[in-house]
Design a protein around this ligand. Sequence first.
Ligand SMILES: Nc1ncnc2c1ncn2[C@@H]1O[C@H](COP(=O)(O)OP(=O)(O)OP(=O)(O)O)[C@@H](O)[C@H]1O
Length: 381
Amino acid sequence: MTAFASLPATSGAYSQGPQVPKTIKVSQLNHYFGEGELRKQALHQNNLEVRRGEIVIMTGPSGSGKTTLLTLIGTLRTVQEGSLKVLGNELNGASRDEIVNLRREMGFIFQAHNLFESLTAFQNVNMAAELLDMDRKLAQERIDYLLNRLGLGHRIHYKPKSLSGGQKQRVAIARGLVHSPKLVLADEPTAALDEHSGREVVTLFQELARDEGCTIIMVTHDNRILDVADRIVNMVDGYIRSDVAVHETSVICAFLRQFPLFSDLTTSTLTDIADKMMVQEAAPGDVIIRQGDPGELFYLIRSGKVDVLIDDAGESRKVAELDEGQYFGEAALLRDEPRNATIVARSKSVFYTLGKADFKDVIARSKTFVDELRNVLASRT
Ligand SMILES: Nc1ncnc2c1ncn2[C@@H]1O[C@H](COP(=O)(O)OP(=O)(O)OP(=O)(O)O)[C@@H](O)[C@H]1O
């Protein structure tokens, strides 16, 4: 799970807030192929949560388990160990009927398009609509819309043999989307497409996510489309190695960049730090840290104001006010001492916090950070 699960509204899917229902919840998922001595573990303790309307891109080297995870989520394989919830249904132990019903809510876009050669582009997509008992008029409108939107308006009545590889792929995409699925699973959807067509496809995905709340999970090696992801999940050897919420990380990076103390860090170090930060919210009057307590977190004020209070012979004395763009909590971490002041939220506030070990790691990497902290600490003692 990413560190930013509680981040307030930012952009895209996240503007729906943290209470957005989960489309997928993977917990401690293992998967094996083969029997006996040939048995091989393809997925190891995978955990993942995907919210409604998110676009997730899965990356990783060949054989790292992306397709295995995608096909498990798509009910195309049986869950062996662990829990996998899709659209509220637990798949481990699910009945045949449950799986059949669930599949109707999903759209599949896989590389092998399997279009019927004797049917036109329109008829191929319509066949999926008929199998799903879609209303005829609605289906007709949706097929027209999708095929036009994917740049196939002029080829709507062509059969696959008269279509290029990229055009066939776009028919397969329309077929996977015709029934307005709640979840789309796509394996290399843009691999056969030129840059322009690939962009058309992912722009359509973004519209479906934004306008219909459709959740999209794509396996891709196509770096040209990484920018549409809300989250990038990287797999290595059957493990989810990283799960980065892209928009949130970049929002935090942009914020961190304004601080002189982060100015000499490279983008990749900054991204690394942003990914480790947590978000904490406070209401007016909330005590954020208390004098005398051990220090575990460093705080950056994203928005709001706080009072710095010092307990002086039993009397609480206000010594400073801090607001957006300032930070606190560093002294106790650096000196391994208890907190030397109490911090109370003056207004509704949002903080980014960094744990002690990560904070010390940042310090080790940034000379500006060290110089600035030295000055700040000197001025506060
Ligand atoms: N049907 C199968 N039988 C046996 N082993 C399999 C089977 N399918 C996948 N595997 C193995 O499981 C591991 C994960 O494979 P998977 O296809 O999920 O990886 P991937 O990341 O999708 O790779 P690619 O990017 O090449 O599609 C690999 O070691 C693969 O050899």
